[in-house]
Ligand binder design. Sequence first.
Ligand SMILES: [Zn+2]
Ligand SMILES: [Zn+2]
Length: 136
Amino acid sequence: MYEAFLTKIKNDFSNYRFIDGEKFAFRPPKTIVLGPEEPFYELLTLHEISHAILKHKDFRTDAERLKMENAAWDKARELADEYGVEISEMIIQRELDTYRDWLHKKSRCPVCGLTRFQTPDGKYHCPRCENFVIEA
Ligand SMILES: [Zn+2]
Ligand SMILES: [Zn+2]
């Protein structure tokens, strides 16, 4: 169904490797995992390509992760214009929401329920349970 699109994309981005998988993903540095066919398949593909173009690598904190997702969607909007692919803000927000929910759940302290914070090493700390003091 998306053959013409995929042929063009694989040709234009021949420096990346495209493989089929269970869900859309980008594996740094050059592998794009294509998920099953679904509505907005093309947009989701352009999103993963955007991660590759922006050279996204590992992220240390969840805030960085969310920033990367936003940047990749901005780039995907540009590519969608170029390729004449329909942009769905609903799909974009749905995808971003899964990260927001995930982030929200992860940041809750399992002991007291307070929102924890993340230090640059990626570890979570609960201001109440850990009696955390930030040294100047
Ligand atoms: Zn993404
Ligand atoms: Zn706590």
